[in-house]
Design a protein around this ligand. Structure first.
Ligand SMILES: [Zn+2]
Length: 486
């Protein structure tokens, strides 16, 4: 057993766990080191598809008047990005100049598509090692997890990295600015899920419940500037707003379907600097308190140097003690303990691979995804997600996204790539055509809302659709494509 103090030297910034110095190892007995290596390989692979884009375009910009520009450009794109660029965007460069904004957006979308197409292969090394999967959730008493984090891109790696939760068919992820999820939309999702459950009569489903999780976030190193933009970086406000939403959802379902029908709820806070979490402990009525939580960063510090068994027992003691007055259900306690334990691996991941605290503690997303996100890409700061059905309803989320990207991209001459993506169900006749039509409506509405950016070429929209039954994923829809509405 090692002494915790022997290699814990918190920096001036106040890292919650530790800093790895020369020849120091920073291993916690409950950390899954092998899983961390697999996730790091995934992170490098995915980021590697985006990192070369800007430098490549700078090179192309310098070469565009060369006589053999097109073959040179294609050779460079293939070697650095792994795909060809559209000939139509290169062919006229000698006379009219490269449209670098369009080309930049094209590359962002094309690299994203490469992540979608390669997701099964990219994720298979870590998917089966996740600490929380569907059978575990069922053992805790949950048939469905409906998770609403903030749309902030820093929460994009929530499932596999921060929660170590395997994305699966019983997990729904819908992000909203400030984690302010849509009550009517959630009631509708809950109703549909209950109907599916009752009609399928799936094994064990009658004894399980639906669990709604809201995830707010905060920044420990720059709390008043790098917290949640939707709440003016006021942590307490972000927490209370999420609690109110969870209460409203329970009331909506109880009032509509009878007392006792409401799903269980869980509130989690996330430090976007370090990926540590605060798990709030619900009472036996699923009510939350802003002050009643267990902090994984504190657990990391308290249990470092202990054996795996002792550390696990310490987690149980901490949760039991914090929950002494709330009558926590045993399945919920088991889930909370597993979430805390799994997060210790992520704290160590950030220590080992990001010096204990992300260098980009603020926004650094590559594009905005408007509509419905795909589960295939789960990595911090890859895209800002605005969950919406119509632009009118999602305007607040989109405005926040556009504001973020005006600082990130427009300020240095780069456009804002916006992917408009929706799912359809191929079992439903006409659904594909209706979804294409919906993409076109949303794209037009976005271009009208941000008309000034659009006319200057600073807003680049791409439409895409995916089948819920997975016959196609992220298929591009061209603006000229005619939607046949049945
Ligand atoms: Zn936020």
């Amino acid at each position: 057993m090692r002494s915790a103090s022997a290699h814990r030297q918190p920096q001036a910034l106040g890292n919650p766990a530790c800093v790895v110095g020369a020849n120091q190892s920073c291993e916690h007995a409950l950390v899954d080191q092998d899983l961390n290596e697999r996730l790091y390989a995934y992170e490098r692979k995915v980021r590697g598809r985006f990192t070369p884009i800007v430098e490549l375009l700078k090179t192309l910009s310098g070469l565009q008047h060369e006589r053999d520009f097109v073959p040179q450009a294609q050779q460079l794109a293939q070697s650095q990005l792994g795909y060809d660029l559209p000939e139509i965007m290169l062919g006229d460069a000698w006379i009219s100049g490269l449209d670098l904004r369009s080309l930049y957006a094209h590359c962002i979308f094309r690299s994203f598509k490469a992540c979608i197409d390669g997701s099964a292969e990219d994720q298979s090394p870590w998917l089966s090692r996740m600490a929380i999967d569907a059978p575990f959730l069922q053992a805790c008493g949950y048939h469905t997890l409906d998770i609403s984090p903030c749309a902030d891109g820093r929460l994009q790696g929530l499932l596999p990295f921060v929660f170590r939760l395997a994305p699966n068919e019983s997990v729904y992820l819908k992000a909203y600015a400030g984690a302010l999820f849509d009550i009517e939309g959630d009631v509708s999702d809950w109703t549909l899920r209950e109907l599916e459950r009752l009609s399928s009569n799936a094994k064990g489903s009658d004894s399980c419940n639906y669990l709604k999780i809201a995830v707010y976030h905060y920044s420990t190193s720059n709390p008043s500037h790098q917290g949640c933009a939707a709440h003016g970086s006021q942590d307490h406000q972000a927490t209370i707003a999420a609690i109110d939403k969870l209460n409203e959802l329970r009331a909506a379902i109880d009032n509509s379907f009878g007392l006792g029908a409401a799903p269980e709820t869980l509130l989690i806070g996330m430090d976007t600097d370090t990926d540590a979490i605060r798990v709030h402990l619900p009472d036996n009525q699923s009510a939350h308190s802003a002050q009643r939580y267990v902090d994984s960063a504190q657990i990391f510090k308290d249990t470092l140097g202990l054996s795996a068994q002792s550390a696990r027992e310490a987690i149980t003691r901490t949760v039991t003690s914090a929950a002494r007055d709330c009558g926590l259900r045993s399945g919920m306690q088991r889930l909370i303990e597993r979430l805390l334990e799994a997060n210790l691996s992520q704290i160590e991941y950030v220590i080992q691979h990001h010096d204990g605290r992300y260098s980009d503690i603020g926004h650094n997303e590559r594009f905005i995804c408007a509509g419905e996100a795909m589960n295939e890409l789960q990595l911090r700061n890859k895209f800002y997600f605005a969950h919406l059905d119509t632009v009118e309803e999602g305007a607040a989320d989109l405005d926040v996204g556009i504001k973020i990207f005006t600082g990130l991209n427009v300020s240095r001459g780069l456009p804002i790539p916006v992917l408009v993506h929706f799912h359809y169900c191929s079992r439903v006749p006409g659904a594909r055509e209706r979804t294409i039509h919906r993409c076109q409506r949303v794209k037009s509405a976005i271009e009208s809302r941000y008309a000034s950016l659009h006319t200057q070429g600073f807003l680049q929209c791409q439409m895409a659709i995916s089948d819920l039954d997975r016959s196609e994923r992220c298929t591009w829809v061209e603006s000229s494509q005619t939607a046949v509405v049945h």
